[in-house]
Design a protein around this ligand. Structure first.
Ligand SMILES: *Cc1c(COP(=O)(O)O)cnc(C)c1O
Length: 412
């Protein structure tokens, strides 16, 4: 029996918060959206309900829950209160109706596609999409009779030509990794709408701060929340956001497949999201500063960063994106793979490792980190050069990152 006027614990986090009078800006939404105003125990932060199951006071309350569809929890595989808060925050940040949270970006991709495709359907990808996403379709969905095709990234005519009456999904990432090609989001959405095909953008690299794909008419936005959304290199999570009627089957299938976040993990993501806008401002500024420095350096052959005028997709990025994020790809002049590795090894601030989007900068040589076991012909097909370095700028001081890269480039 509650003895204080604290909100009902069963409802405090599950109940939807009031709708604000005007749409919040990205920083306000990151801090407040999706959260109840009053929380259990008068806490300003959301409590972590470390619970695998949820109890009912009596038989009638179970029947009421089933028949009236009360907003309360039942069993941990179907959701937990903290996860619902994060889902509402993500939906608000993307301007979407519903977000479903998964235990990783790949769990989100698999969950979305499995919920919406059937034997006989086809999926068309732009070919620079995350290789595990394409691998899932090529090696696994095909076993269930789902067709898979790839066309050259940003070749909209080739994508349209590949559409058949069986095509169910058009999929792209934007910007792509590590080439940072930028999709003309309105053109992509329009293609899907005109041809009656669902569109999906993996927006992991741009985040809702830099791009709003749903507003441009895309059906689904997907994120590896492991990257910028979590932002601290301390969790894995993923999400898909879209219209409620399209997300309902995704939520349903997640309850069966079980790729849910633990309450602790959901809280870490909520905490990370609070500073999303602040962090992205710094990632954008650091990415641009590092890219400009590298472009002016005599030992650098070429830099790929959409914020640079020299980038093939600079115009699209300038028209559609608030900033270009922290990922910068560059090529060492006249260097073999070993000399390129020397630059990576000489960097003192960025740690050597895969991933991106955290506060700590990371640096890696794609040839070694991701393509070591590939043949030279395969690497050429993926456009992974021996002298390529990928730097994921964190939120350190740009001057420090630039000075560190300057001394590392002396080793080339
Ligand atoms: C990392 C990443 C994924 C996969 O996400 P996980 O959280 O590692 O499962 C998917 N897409 C992009 C663009 C990524 O960078």
């Amino acid at each position: 029996m509650p003895t204080t006027n604290a909100p009902d614990p069963a409802r405090s986090s599950a109940a939807a918060p009031p709708t604000p009078a005007r749409p919040a800006g990205p920083s306000t939404a990151a801090v407040h959206a999706g959260e109840a105003r009053e929380k259990l125990g008068f806490s300003i932060t959301d409590p972590i309900f470390a619970s695998s199951t949820y109890t009912f006071s009596d038989t009638q309350s179970i029947i009421d829950f089933i028949e009236e569809d009360h907003p309360r929890e039942e069993y941990g595989r179907y959701g937990n209160p903290g996860e619902r808060v994060v889902e509402r925050k993500l939906a608000a940040l993307e301007g979407g109706e519903q977000a479903v949270l998964f235990s990783s970006g790949m769990a989100a991709l698999v969950g979305l596609l499995m919920a919406h495709v059937s034997a006989g359907d086809e999926i068309i990808f732009f070919d620079e999409c995350y290789h595990r996403s394409r691998e899932f379709c090529r090696k696994h969905l095909t076993r269930f009779g789902v067709g898979f095709r790839e066309v050259k990234t940003c070749d909209y005519a080739a994508m349209e030509a590949a559409i058949t009456p069986k095509t169910k999904f058009l999929v792209s990432e934007s910007p792509t990794n590590p080439h940072l090609s930028v999709v003309d989001i309105e053109r992509f959405a329009d293609l899907g709408r005109r041809r009656g095909v669902l569109t999906l953008i993996d927006a992991t690299l741009c985040t809702p701060y830099n791009l709003q794909p749903l507003a441009a008419g895309v059906d689904f936005v997907l994120h590896s929340a492991t990257k910028y959304l979590g932002g601290h290199n301390d969790l894995l999570a993923g999400t898909v956001i879209g219209r409620a009627e399209l997300m309902e089957p995704v939520r349903n299938l997640r309850g069966i497949m079980g790729g849910i976040n633990s309450p602790h993990n959901a809280y870490l993501l909520e905490r990370g999201l609070k500073t999303l806008a602040l962090r992205m401002e710094r990632h954008n500024a650091n990415g641009l500063a590092v890219a400009r420095f590298l472009e002016s350096h005599p030992k650098v052959e070429r830099v790929l960063y959409p914020g640079l005028e020299s980038h093939p997709f600079h115009d699209v990025a300038a028209r559609t994106m608030r900033g270009c994020g922290g990922l910068v790809t560059f090529f060492i002049k006249d260097a073999d793979w070993r000399q390129t590795a020397n630059v990576v090894d000489a960097a003192k601030i960025p740690r050597i490792g895969p991933s991106l989007g955290g506060v700590e900068s990371l640096i890696e040589q794609p040839l070694v980190m991701s393509y070591w076991n590939y043949t030279p012909a395969e690497r050429q097909a993926f456009r992974i050069a021996d002298n390529m370095i990928r730097m994921a700028c964190g939120i350190e001081d740009a001057d420090d990152l630039v000075a560190d890269l300057a001394q590392a480039l002396d080793r080339a």
